[in-house]
Each structure stands twice: as structure tokens, then as C-alpha cells.
Design a protein around this ligand. Structure first.
Ligand SMILES: [Zn+2]
Length: 446
């Protein structure tokens, strides 16, 4: 047990507390989400954020090398010897004036946070380093998850790096083979169940219970602690200044949940003076959050969220046999696990929610690819959403904005190839066929 941190149910009518040495992932008393909370008076914390930046000089220390554990006092739930790291979080905040022009922003005001530069190619590594540290702390020797995406890739990489066995459950429906290829290559046992993703989720939970496996699902609150550091690094990239806006894709809502918590804690600790606003961007084919917040007026309400609104909404989805559909597979989710924590972020950050079409996403993705480091479709929802918010006049052209690009371009190569080869959008850049003839080829060179 550590004295610095504990788990607490987010339901104010329950508020049950648990030791961090337990693997619970939801409140055993009421079933709500759990938070990791800190006894800040028992942690020696830097006086200002810039002191974390000094650790760049000590990169022979494995924890200082990590872009997550460099900020370890702000996620102090385990001892240093439990901390698992493979050098995650070496990511770049890039000022990008060309993409700024696309969304009608002034030069110098738009920044792209490239989380695709993590070891497994997505932001998930920020969370996995924290969750596997917790797994080591509780003595886990085997882990499992149900995912066909970035989670399974990241989990498999961290599992083998710290000697924990790893099983990935996949369904027989749509499978993101680009991402699954990583899980197989990293040595995860992959079990394909004759069923859909929901069937996998149920089976994996039962298997974990019976075999005592550590479950790396989206409910794991320790993952969100690691994801807080993405915000610390954005502030670091802005010379420790807070931007006006953070723009993030909305899928299972773990990132937005973690980001709001990060800013709330930094303000509470006096390490920042103000909290930025946040824009969370859904795809129109998976826009539960947008619908609930903008049309049904669902709100955090000091933790007393109107559960009936959510229940009615999900019952309607079931009655309609609705299944979400978007090219941005990483955010193709209609029942987001971290919904209530995200509502809290919207409250903390004066947040807003928008949905963008697949067409807008793939065009924005092509613009990012042409002028930046490239990203997977879900990441590009941020730029498509920002373009909307500029047109609406909600975000000013002179405001400072940081968009979180969550996954690497090569995570989903099929979408990219099809967009360009089949001329699917206004920025398609297809290959040109040429005869095997020098003069003809020379005529084609631009
Ligand atoms: Zn509870």
C-alpha cells in the first residue's frame, strides 16, 4: 500500500475508497467509475512546472527519459521499482502554420501534439506504462484485453517488455489488421471468438476473473493517470504556458477524462493559473457524446449525472439495433465507457462537443499528412472539428490551440491508400501511370 494515493468512486452518493493495491476497475459497491486521488501533502512536488523540464538533462535515468514518469510526482501511486517504462512519451508539439491556414487561424497559433510518435505508434503507451506499473505493483503475471486496435498493440508491447503474459481477444467482425499485426508481432496470444466485440468484452472479463488475469480495459483508472502527461507535455512545448484550447478526438472518452483531471489537479496545486477550454470531437457516425450533451442537455451536475437520460439513450440504440460507423475506427464507439468522467472534464474546462463527417475527417487527414507528420483518421477529427469551430466563431483565429493527434499515419494504411488512389477527396494525390519510356516519364514530372 502507498500512502500517497487511493482509489475513490466518482459517484458522490457513494464515494467509497479503496487502496491502490487492489485491481477493481469499477466501484464494487455501486458499479461507478473509480478515480485515482492523491494525498498531495504527502508528496514532495515541484514549485513550478518548469522544474520537470530539467529532467531532460538526466536522461540516463530511465524514469527521467520517459515523457510520462518525468512527471512522476503528479501520478505518484506506486514506488519507483514498480514503474515499467520503454521510453514512452517522447512526443513532439509542432507549430503548424500550413494546417493553421486550412482552418483559418493566424500563423503561430496552431500546434499539433504528435502522440503517434510513441513506441507502439499511439497515445495508448502513456496509459499502458502507468497501468503495467500498477500491474507489477499488485503482482500480476498475466494480462488480457479485448481490442482490435491501438490498445492491443500497446498492451502487447508493454506486456513482453516487463515479462507479463498477454492475451488479446478479438471478434470475427471488422478487424483493424494494421493494428492487430502489432499485437501478433509483439507476441500476444490472440484468441478470435466467434462473436462480436461485445461478446469478447464479456468473455475477457469472465476469463480474467476465473484465471486472475490483469484486465487492461478502458475502465482501468491507472491508464488515465498516464494519459494526463500528454497535457503536461503540451504545456512544456509552449514554454510552460497554458494554451487557450485543447482539441481532442472523442471515442471511449479516456483522453478527455484524463486531460480535465490533469488541469484540475495542476490548478489545485498552483502549478498553472488558468485552465484551458476543451473541444471534444466525435465522428457523426458515432456521436453519442454530441447528442447527449448538445441535444439532451446531459451534464456533470456535481457528479449527480442524470442516469435516466443515458439509460433511455442506450435503450434506444439497442431498440434500433444501432451500430456506430465511421472511417475513424479508433473512435467508432457508441457507448463510451468514460462518459461521466468526460462530463466532468466539460465542466472543469468549459468544454464543448462537436461531430464531424467522415468526408471532413479524411480531407483534414490529407492536409495534416501533406503539411505535418501524418496521423490516423481519428486524430484528424480534431482539425476537422477546429475548422467547424472557427467557422462558428467559437474559437478565435488569434487564440492558441493545441490539437492532440492520437495515432500514427501507418496505423491505418488502407484508409490512406484508398483516399488517394481512388480519388475519394479534394486532396487526393493518386499515383500516375506511365509507359516504360523515358520521354513519356519526363513529360509527367511536375
Ligand atoms: Zn461507488
Amino acid at each position: 500500500m502507498t500512502e500517497t494515493a487511493y482509489q475513490k468512486c466518482i459517484n458522490p452518493d457513494c464515494g467509497a475508497q479503496f487502496d491502490c493495491g487492489q485491481s477493481l476497475f469499477k466501484c464494487p459497491e455501486c458499479g461507478e467509475l473509480l478515480d485515482i486521488l492523491y494525498n498531495w501533502d504527502k508528496i514532495e512536488i515541484q514549485d513550478k512546472m518548469s522544474e520537470f523540464g530539467r529532467r531532460w538533462a538526466g536522461r540516463d535515468n530511465r524514469l527521467d527519459l520517459s515523457g510520462v514518469w518525468r512527471f512522476r510526482e503528479l501520478l505518484s501511486f506506486c514506488e519507483d521499482w514498480h514503474k515499467v517504462s520503454i521510453g514512452e512519451g517522447q512526443t513532439i508539439l509542432q507549430q503548424n502554420d500550413a494546417v493553421a491556414r486550412y482552418v483559418d487561424m493566424e500563423a503561430g497559433r496552431l500546434h499539433l501534439q504528435y502522440e503517434g510518435l510513441n513506441p507502439s505508434g499511439s497515445f495508448k503507451d502513456n496509459g499502458m506504462t502507468a497501468a503495467f506499473s500498477h500491474a507489477k505493483m499488485v503482482g500480476a503475471t498475466a494480462s488480457a484485453c479485448a481490442s482490435t486496435g491501438n490498445t492491443s498493440a500497446s498492451m502487447a508491447l508493454y506486456a513482453h517488455s516487463c515479462g507479463v503474459k498477454c492475451t488479446v481477444f478479438i471478434g470475427s467482425g471488422r478487424i483493424a489488421f494494421g493494428k492487430l499485426s502489432q499485437a501478433m508481432d509483439y507476441g500476444a496470444q490472440t484468441i478470435q471468438i466467434l462473436g462480436d466485440f461485445d461478446d469478447c468484452m464479456k468473455q475477457v472479463q469472465d476469463v480474467c476473473t476465473q484465471r486472475g488475469l490483469y484486465l487492461l480495459n478502458s475502465l482501468n483508472p491507472f491508464r488515465l493517470e498516464g494519459q494526463k502527461t500528454i497535457m503536461y507535455r503540451i504545456i512544456e512545448g509552449l514554454n510552460w504556458e497554458v494554451p487557450d484550447w485543447i482539441v481532442v478526438p472523442g471515442g471511449n472518452l479516456g483522453n478527455s477524462s484524463a486531460f480535465g483531471k490533469a488541469f484540475f489537479e495542476l490548478k489545485e496545486l498552483g502549478l498553472i493559473e488558468r485552465i484551458p477550454r476543451m473541444a471534444i470531437i466525435n465522428a457523426t457516425g458515432a456521436d453519442t457524446l454530441t447528442d447527449l450533451v448538445n441535444n439532451k442537455n446531459l451534464a456533470w451536475n456535481n457528479g449527480k449525472v442524470d442516469q435516466a437520460i443515458i439509460d433511455d439513450y442506450y435503450a434506444d440504440l439497442t431498440a434500433r439495433n444501432f451500430s456506430p460507423h465511421t472511417c475513424a475506427s479508433a473512435i467508432e464507439i457508441s457507448r463510451p465507457v468514460n462518459l461521466k468522467k468526460c462530463l466532468r472534464t466539460i465542466d472543469i474546462c468549459d468544454g464543448i462537443v462537436r461531430a464531424v463527417t467522415d468526408e471532413e475527417i479524411v480531407d483534414a487527414k490529407a492536409i495534416i499528412g501533406r503539411h505535418g507528420l501524418g496521423c490516423e483518421p481519428a486524430s484528424a477529427a480534431t482539425i476537422a472539428g477546429l475548422k467547424h469551430l472557427r467557422q462558428e466563431g467559437i474559437i478565435g483565429g488569434d487564440e492558441r490551440v493545441a490539437c492532440v493527434l492520437t495515432g500514427h499515419l501507418l496505423k491505418d494504411p488502407d484508409k490512406t491508400v484508398n483516399y488517394h488512389k481512388d480519388n475519394q477527396g479534394q486532396f487526393s494525390n493518386p499515383p500516375v501511370e506511365a509507359p516504360n519510356d523515358l520521354d513519356e516519364i519526363l513529360k509527367l514530372i511536375k
